[in-house]
Design a protein around this ligand. Sequence first.
Ligand code: SF4
Length: 184
Amino acid sequence: MRMLLHVCCGPCSVFPLKHLREAYPEYEITGYFYNPNIHPYKEFVRRLDTLKAFAAQIGLEHLIIDDRYTLEEFLQQALTAPGGRCRNCYDLRLQQTARYAREHGYDCFSTTLLVSPYQQHELIKAAGEAAAIQHGIKFSYIDFRPGWQEGVQKSRELEMYRQPYCGCIFSEKDRYCKPRKGQN
Ligand code: SF4
C-alpha cells in the first residue's frame, strides 16, 4: 500500500508519521508538502526547511516538495470563497494531494492537518472525502488528535521551529493584531 501523506509542517508531522509507521507497517509513506497558504514567503521557507531537516533526521525516504507559491490565487479565493477561507484552504491542499496521488499510482492519501485540535477537523475530513470522490482515490481518514501532545513534546525536545500561527496572512493578523479599545 502506498500512501501520499499531505504534510502541512514539520511539527504536525511528528506524531502522524510515527503512528503510521507503527500502526500501518504495510503502508509505504510518502510525505507531500503543498501549502501555498503560508505567509509570508520567509515563513513558508522556514517551515519547509524545518520539515526537510526532520525528514532527514527520521529517515523518511520519500518526501515530495511542491513549492509552488501561488499567493495571489490563494488570497483571491480566500477572500471570496462562499464556504469561508479555511474550507477553501483545506480544499485547495487536499484536492491537489488527491490529484497527485491519483496521477502517480498511490493507493490512498491522508493529511497531517488531522492531528491539530486547533484546526477545523470536520471540515478537513469533509475536504478529504470530497477530494477522494473527485479524483477516484481513497482518503484514509485517521484522527491523529490523541497524539497531539506527544507530537508537541517531541518537537520541543528536537528543538524544531514551531510556528505561532496557522499559516495565512489572516491567521497572522488574528495572532498579532489586537485592536485597541474602541477600534473595530
Ligand atoms: S487560518 Fe489556517 S486553515 Fe484557515 S485559511 Fe488560514 S492557513 Fe488556511
